[in-house]
Design a protein around this ligand. Structure first.
Ligand code: IMP
Ligand code: MG
Length: 193
């Protein structure tokens, strides 16, 4: 059997560490949004696993929405952002929590935050599973984050490389030969959504 596990070089966050971190962040979110009008907006595809684990630990009433965003252009940078779907439900007057898998340059979150504020959200807070502060190119910090990572390309728990590895239950680093073999030259430092 071919398994995604065999391509992993090392595990950065195991399942227990992930759950502990999510419980801590869920408690902080619950406290901040007590009182209502919360809509959690999961940014697809990367945050789907994180968002579904997160909302089940937030006991206050909330709505769930999805938006799809991907960067294109040069693979080593976040190129222009393509927003291919906006939630059709009400945004106006709602308190939004934008949820993404990882905050890298910050361009995705920054752009989406501005778009939702323009569409009349009362408030837009941000929550990320992983934060790579060393890569930031815009002035944005997440209001809530589960774990910080160094400038490494990681996969698992929703995060992909070339569309794969989202189903790993932990976060890990791929064996170097996987990046090399997937590529040609342009994928050695991947960073696409
Ligand atoms: P940003 O706009 O540069 O902050 O890019 C964020 C997006 O880049 C994330 O939603 C991910 O899809 C992708 N990304 C950045 N770093 C990684 C990584 O280490 N592994 C997998 N995807 C990543
Ligand atoms: Mg993404």
């Amino acid at each position: 059997m071919t398994s995604v596990h065999q391509d992993i070089d090392s595990v950065l966050f195991d399942e227990d560490t992930i759950v502990e971190g999510i419980e801590r962040v869920a408690a902080a979110i619950t406290e901040r949004f007590e009182g209502g009008d919360l809509t959690v907006v999961s940014i697809l595809k990367g945050s789907c696993i994180f968002a579904s684990d997160l909302i089940r630990r937030i006991p206050i009433p909330l709505e769930l929405a999805f938006v799809s965003a991907s960067s294109y252009g040069d693979r080593t940078t976040s190129g222009d952002l393509e927003i291919s779907f906006f939630p059709t439900g009400e945004i106006e007057g709602r308190r939004l929590l934008l949820v993404d898998d990882i905050l890298d340059t910050g361009k995705t979150m920054n752009r989406l935050k501005a778009e939702f504020l323009e569409r009349g959200a009362a408030e837009v807070a941000t929550c990320v599973f992983l934060d790579k502060p060393s890569r930031r190119s815009v002035d944005l910090d997440a209001d809530f984050r589960v774990h910080e990572v160094d400038d490494l390309f990681v996969v698992g728990y929703g995060l992909d490389f070339a569309g794969r590895y989202r189903n790993l239950p932990y976060v890990g680093v791929l064996k170097p030969e996987i990046y090399a073999s997937a590529s040609g030259s342009d994928m050695s430092v991947p960073s696409a959504s």
